[in-house]
Write a new protein. Structure first.
Length: 236
C-alpha cells in the first residue's frame, strides 16, 4: 500500500495502484485467505503516520486476523492500531533504527502481536521501502528480532518482489533456520508451485501481485495447492 491505494511494482520500483485496500481485503477474506497484511510501504519515506482509520474499517468488514504496518515508530502508534482492531502490528525501518522498539512492543502487547518485517536485497537488510541498504545481514537481524520478542518474521526479498518468478528460497531457508518463530515468505509468487515450494521452508507465504488483479483466483489457487499435497485449513 501507498497512502489509500493498494500498489504493486517490481523489486519495489514502478509502483502502480491496483485497488482499494478495504475492498481487496474483504474479497480475500471471502475467498478463503487465512490472514491479511496491510503495509503502507511509503509511510516511513513520506513521514506519514500509521493506518489507524483503515484498521478500524477493516475490523468492521472482515472476520479473519489482520496485520497492519507502516509508520509505526512507538508503543503508542502500535497501541492505536491494536485498539482500532488490528490483531498484529508490523515494524520495519523504525525497529532497525532502534531495535529496542521490538522489545518494548513485545513486553506491552505480547509477542503474538508483534511482526518484524525484513526487506532484504542480496541478503542484506534494506529499509525505507528498500531504498537504504544497512550493511546488516537479514539472517542476523531476524535472529536478533526474534530474541527481542518478535512473534513472526515477515521476510520480503526485494530481488524477487513482483517478478512472479518464485520466492528467494535460499534466503528464506537461511532465515527460518536462524529463528524459532514463524517465518512468512514474501516476494516472487507467480504459481501454486512457487507457493508450495515456499511452504516447504517457511511457515506461511504472502501473496500479492499474483492475486491483486484477480482476487477470485485465491479460491482456485487453494485447490491447486491441495493438488500439490499442501495441507490447508478449510476456508472460513
Amino acid at each position: 500500500m501507498a497512502g489509500r491505494s493498494v500498489v504493486k511494482g517490481v523489486r519495489f520500483q514502478g509502483l502502480r495502484a491496483v485497488g482499494d485496500p478495504l475492498e481487496l481485503g474483504a474479497a480475500y477474506s471471502e475467498a478463503g485467505a487465512d490472514e491479511l497484511v496491510f503495509l503502507d510501504v511509503a509511510a516511513t519515506v513520506e513521514g506519514r503516520r500509521s493506518l489507524v482509520e483503515l484498521a478500524g474499517r477493516v475490523a468492521e468488514r472482515v472476520s479473519i486476523p489482520f496485520t497492519v504496518g507502516g509508520g509505526i515508530r512507538s508503543v503508542a502508534d502500535a497501541d492505536a492500531l491494536l485498539r482500532a482492531g488490528a490483531d498484529k502490528v508490523s515494524v520495519n525501518s523504525a525497529a532497525v533504527a532502534r531495535p529496542e522498539l521490538v522489545t518494548e512492543l513485545a513486553r506491552r502487547f505480547g509477542s503474538q502481536a508483534v511482526v518484524v518485517a525484513i526487506d532484504a536485497a542480496g541478503g542484506e537488510v534494506a529499509t525505507h521501502a528498500g531504498t537504504r541498504r544497512t550493511g546488516r545481514r537479514a539472517v542476523d537481524w531476524a535472529a536478533e528480532a526474534a530474541a527481542r520478542g518478535a512473534g513472526e518474521i515477515l521476510l520480503t526479498s526485494v530481488d524477487a518482489d513482483g517478478t512472479r518468478e518464485g520466492y528467494d528460497l535460499e534466503l528464506t531457508r537461511s532465515v527460518a533456520a536462524a529463528v524459532r518463530v514463524p517465518v512468512i515468505a514474501s516476494g516472487g509468487a507467480g504459481t501454486a508451485a512457487h507457493v508450495a515450494a515456499a511452504l516447504e521452508v517457511a511457515q506461511a507465504a504472502l501473496l500479492a501481485s499474483i492475486l491483486h488483479e484477480r482476487p477470485a483466483r485465491l479460491a482456485s489457487l487453494r485447490d491447486e495447492l491441495r493438488g500439490l499435497g499442501v495441507p490447508l485449513r478449510a476456508a472460513a
